[in-house]
Design a protein around this ligand. Structure first.
Ligand code: ZN
Length: 157
């Protein structure tokens, strides 16, 4: 059963580690498949459009994003192409609550990954989806959006 995972917030060293690839055997395991389902459930519960494993305390290379066609799970993702054209857009993060800022990222990317069924996939994304994939992929390298952001704003509750 998918459950809501505890969210790690900044500052926490887990968010700053470079995460490890998931091996083939693990990808096939029930426990891992369940973890992927929990990532998706937690993202949805928190109204996020993306959520990465380190944010749930696991330094493994997995994240999920929400799209109009449902959630996609990215295992061992690799951004293999990035457009030279970049744009600034407003970002926030479940692990950095109440903080927003503008980040400059490639408009268009191509990402290779393994899906939760163990199948190799490739996706071309632009606009918001490209932004989210780059943001989540940064989490796997211990990078937070606040490292790159300008005009950082803290929203008081
Ligand atoms: Zn984030």
């Amino acid at each position: 059963m998918a459950k809501i995972l505890k969210i790690i917030t900044n500052p926490n060293p887990i968010l700053r580690k470079v995460s490890k690839n998931v091996d083939e055997k693990t990808i096939k395991s029930k426990e891992f498949k369940n973890f992927c389902a929990c990532l998706v459930a937690t993202m949805k519960k928190k109204d996020g459009i993306g959520f990465a494993a380190p944010q749930a305390g696991k330094n493994i290379r997995v994240f999920t994003i929400d799209t109009k066609d449902g959630a996609i799970v990215f295992i061992n993702p690799k951004i293999i192409k990035k457009s030279w054209a970049k744009e600034w857009s407003e970002e926030g993060c479940i692990s950095v609550p109440q903080v927003f800022g503008k980040v400059k990222r490639s408009k268009k990317i191509v990402c290779e990954y393994i899906d939760e069924h163990g199948k190799k996939e490739k996706i071309e994304a632009n606009g918001l989806m490209a932004t989210v994939i780059q943001h989540e992929n940064d989490h796997l390298d211990g990078i937070l959006f606040i490292d790159k952001a300008k005009e950082i704003q803290k929203i008081e509750e």
